[in-house]
Design a protein. Structure first.
Length: 254
């Protein structure tokens, strides 16, 4: 059984079948506002693991991937760290007919751009993500990044965005640079280190967290890594969906 429990209405919806993409798109719509909105989408096991054997897929499920696709279908840009791009085998985002009308009405292109955050630019620029995307891939880095790698990225067709004065991108500046390019509906899919940087910078507006009913033990990373913040930041629960023990939650910054 699939149930939708909006925080404002705890009456279960009568929906025994698969959630429709239209319904999910309505449930996960970005708020109407002038500035950027940074949303994160992550999955965690009951014991806090964000991955198993280095990947998130083993702790996910079909409905989690359906929500994953919906969140991409609503975003202007998907932001991911270089390590996640390598481990998860990122490919260009594709246009999906199910979201075409919504995207056109919102003034969006046919598919979200992918923005890869990297300081070293140790990336394979011959991959489809860089040479054959529907929308040009962006590479977010710092002014001190290796000049030869910046040139290699540009030759491959990527748009290099300088978002920091050092070797890497500054999280808050990265959000501003993307927003200045009209990419205000931001979605980050990790990894944990990059999400931790967004949290520490105080620029994360929303967390879509799937709680997987699995236990893995081991020493896998949590959904956010890096140094801890001085004072924990409080988020408010805005909605919960449930299927087969998986909880699909949304939290917004208070």
């Amino acid at each position: 059984m699939r149930r939708l429990f909006p925080v404002t209405d705890l009456t279960p919806a009568d929906n025994e079948g698969e959630w429709s993409l239209d319904r999910l798109a309505d449930a996960y719509a970005y708020p109407e506002q002038e500035g950027p909105w940074l949303r994160a989408n992550m999955v965690s096991t009951l014991d806090g693991a964000a991955q198993h054997d280095g990947r998130s897929q083993p702790i996910s499920c079909k409905s989690d991937m359906r929500i994953f696709g919906t969140l991409r279908g609503l975003a202007d840009v998907v932001v991911a760290g270089a390590e996640t791009v390598r481990l998860e085998g990122y490919r260009p985002a594709r246009a999906r007919e199910a979201f075409a009308a919504r995207r056109a009405a919102a003034g969006q292109g046919p598919a979200p751009a992918i923005a890869v955050v990297s300081g070293s630019l140790d990336l394979d620029f011959s991959l489809p993500l860089f040479v054959s995307p529907l929308v040009p891939t962006l590479v977010l880095t710092g002014a001190g990044a290796p000049a030869d790698r910046i040139e290699a990225a540009r030759k491959a067709g990527a748009e290099v965005v300088i978002a920091g004065e050092g070797s890497g991108a500054d999280p808050a500046r990265a959000v501003r640079e993307l927003a200045d390019r009209g990419l205000k509906r931001l979605l980050t899919e990790g990894g944990p280190r990059m999400l931790g940087q967004f949290v520490a910078a105080g620029v994360l507006d929303e967390l879509c967290l799937t709680l997987s009913p699995m236990l893995t033990a081991g020493d896998a990373q949590r959904i956010a890594g890096g140094p801890s913040v001085a004072v924990p930041e409080r988020f408010a629960l805005t909605s919960v969906l449930e299927e087969a023990g998986f909880l699909f939650t949304r939290y917004r910054r208070i």
